[in-house]
Design a protein around this ligand. Structure first.
Ligand SMILES: Cc1cc2nc3c(=O)[nH]c(=O)nc-3n(C[C@H](O)[C@H](O)[C@H](O)COP(=O)(O)O)c2cc1C
Length: 172
């Protein structure tokens, strides 16, 4: 799939078919995340993959907008070393790049995804078991769309601010 075409069509998918991701698809998604650039190439990320239905149900409690995690085929928890006071820390940027790589790789394979914000960090920590000096603020969830039209339906008009409103040339 052409990159520009993928970016133009990409949308969040929150309703998933009840079938697991093909192993080769899941691996391609994780590899796309691994391949991302990062500040000083430090690659300060670990990906915890959850495909077990009970685990996904537990993760659907991490925040008020996470209910659909229970129906997803897989979740990838983005775990990173907690900021140590160094500034700029840059992990948000790094994780964003890795995330968008995974999201676009999934899209190119006919797989929908949605970022999920963790509002209950202790639930995530207890359930996922990552080290005490690490944190997790986001999950990515993946699944083949329940409605295949989700992969081709254009975004509704007005879903993105127009260039004329956000681009400032030479100065603000
Ligand atoms: C950092 C971040 C956090 C998000 N958290 C959630 C979330 O907790 N639950 C959810 O359903 N969607 C979440 N989203 C998805 C956004 O709501 C979605 O990207 C936005 O509404 C645009 O959707 P569209 O691409 O389908 O137009 C999040 C997106 C981002 C980038």
């Amino acid at each position: 799939m052409d990159v520009l075409e993928a970016i133009r069509g990409l949308r969040v998918v929150r309703r998933y078919a009840d079938r697991p991701l093909e192993a080769t698809h899941l691996e391609a998604i994780l590899n796309a995340g691994r391949r991302a650039s990062s500040s000083k190439n430090r690659q300060r990320w670990d990906f915890v993959v959850i495909t077990d239905r009970d685990g996904l149900r537990t993760l659907s409690e991490v925040g008020p907008y996470a209910g659909h995690v229970a129906q997803a085929a897989a979740a990838v928890a983005l775990v990173y070393p907690s900021p140590s006071g160094e500034a700029p820390h840059s992990t948000n940027w790094d994780l964003g790049l890795a995330s968008q790589n995974m999201i676009l790789a999934a899209w190119s394979l006919g797989i929908g995804s949605c970022p999920i914000t963790v509002y209950e960090p202790e639930l995530a920590r207890t359930f996922l078991g990552y080290p005490a000096d690490h944190a997790c603020e986001q999950l990515l969830v993946f699944g083949y769309p329940a409605n295949p039209d989700d992969l081709t339906r254009p975004l509704r008009r007005g879903r993105r601010r127009p260039l004329g409103e956000i681009v400032h040339r030479e100065h603000w």
